[in-house]
Design a protein around this ligand. Structure first.
Ligand code: ZN
Length: 386
């Protein structure tokens, strides 16, 4: 679109860019707190100016109609030195899938521990992710292309399947219910006291017809605790049925609707908007019922479906992004396997990943990656190329 070295902007964005340049001093301190190690911030004259295009494409709308009313003031365009930070908001994002957390584990012939990790390994993992520049975002923000992590950081999403006690359980400490420090949530809370910028986020895919987060407190108190902390709850069927073997559309709808009905009774108004497939997809003719259906007056419409995956997911602005098929990376268990998180952490390059520009209102990508972007997926954000 833009020739090398020539940066074109719409009239509308030119004025916003000038505003941005004038606010560099304000932005400076904010940007320094992030992942862009010693960013060489643009001084507005020497650094390359990113080109901006609107959601409707085209950076050359010279005949733009006069605006009847001034647009509300938005955050300024990024003032980072894009050549130094090299944001790529069309890159891949890892959606990590966790299962079991235990104090100690010895692999056996029957359980090799591929889906199980220890609390101490999880603690080490959080530090490793933090040091490598990963920051947690919620599933909702991912799906809405509302990604807010500092410039140079890489967003990551945590998901937890099955509602196991190792993921989260409450303990009673002198009459107060708290997350057990021997649980993934307890460990995340502790880590966030030291590193609040890491993010205390994740989605728990639960089966409310089975034992869920067993420990102290009622099911209602457990779910409320998570929601109050900012975690999200997703649907994983009421009894963890094997969808692959299911032949009944009614059974699928009953299992998903019952789970939704249960949470809305415990937390009035709470809607599970995303779904994690237990074992896999049912046969083709039944797949639409995983997304949408109803049972005994309870309706559901899942906005995203998590798969038991093996590879990193796509940017929400990617041409191939499909919320109904979100690939997940398996967390590293005690027994490492190919394509688990540790495997990808070694192999996935920074160039392939989503690297943030630090501004949730803009989507900044290298010129060469423009063809990967579907401009209809910007969800109101401003596209910038460099
Ligand atoms: Zn499961």
């Amino acid at each position: 679109m833009n020739e090398r070295g020539v940066y074109k902007m719409t009239t509308k964005f030119k004025s916003r860019f000038l505003l941005a340049v004038s606010t560099i001093a304000i932005s400076f301190s904010i940007l320094l707190s992030g992942c862009s190690k010693s960013p060489k911030l643009g001084d507005g004259t020497n650094s390359p100016m990113p080109g901006a295009v609107t959601e409707n494409g085209g950076g050359e709308s010279s005949s733009a109609p006069a605006e009847p009313t001034p647009t509300p003031t938005k955050e300024p365009l990024p003032t980072i030195d894009v050549q130094s930070v090299k944001p790529n908001e069309a890159g891949k994002i890892m959606v990590v899938m966790f299962h079991n957390f235990v104090e100690s584990f010895t692999p056996t012939k029957y359980d090799k521990g591929e889906y199980t990790t220890t609390f101490s390994e999880f603690e080490k993992l959080l530090q490793e992710l933090y040091d490598k520049g990963y920051r947690l975002i919620s599933m909702t923000d991912y799906l809405n292309n509302n990604i807010d992590v500092p410039a140079g950081c890489i967003p990551m999403i945590f998901t937890f399947d099955d509602g196991t006690a190792g993921q989260f359980n409450l303990v009673n400490e002198n009459g107060t219910l708290k997350a057990n420090i021997k649980s993934a949530v307890g460990i995340m809370e502790k880590f966030n006291e030291k590193h609040p910028d890491f993010g205390l986020k994740g989605t728990f895919y639960v089966n409310l017809g089975n034992g869920t987060f067993e420990g102290e407190g009622t099911l209602e108190q457990r779910l409320k605790y998570l929601v109050d902390k900012g975690f999200e709850i997703g649907n994983h069927t009421y009894n963890h049925i094997n969808l692959r073997d299911t032949t009944s559309a009614t059974e699928i709808q009953k299992q998903i609707a019952l789970n939704q009905k249960t949470i809305s009774e415990l937390i009035p108004g709470y809607v599970m908007t995303t779904f994690s497939l237990p074992y896999g997809l049912p046969s083709k003719d039944l797949q639409s019922f995983v997304k949408k259906g109803s049972y005994e007056g309870v309706e559901y419409d899942n906005q995203a479906i998590m798969e038991v995956g093996w590879d990193p997911a796509l940017s929400p602005v990617s041409k191939n992004f499909n919320p109904l098929s979100i690939h997940r990376v398996r967390s590293s268990g005690i027994n490492p396997v190919d394509c688990d998180l540790a495997w990808w952490l070694e192999r996935l390059t920074r160039e392939e990943q989503y690297v943030s520009d630090g501004n949730p209102e803009t989507v900044t990508i290298p010129e060469g990656k423009l063809e990967n972007v579907d401009q209809d997926r910007l969800q109101g954000k401003t596209l910038i190329t460099y």
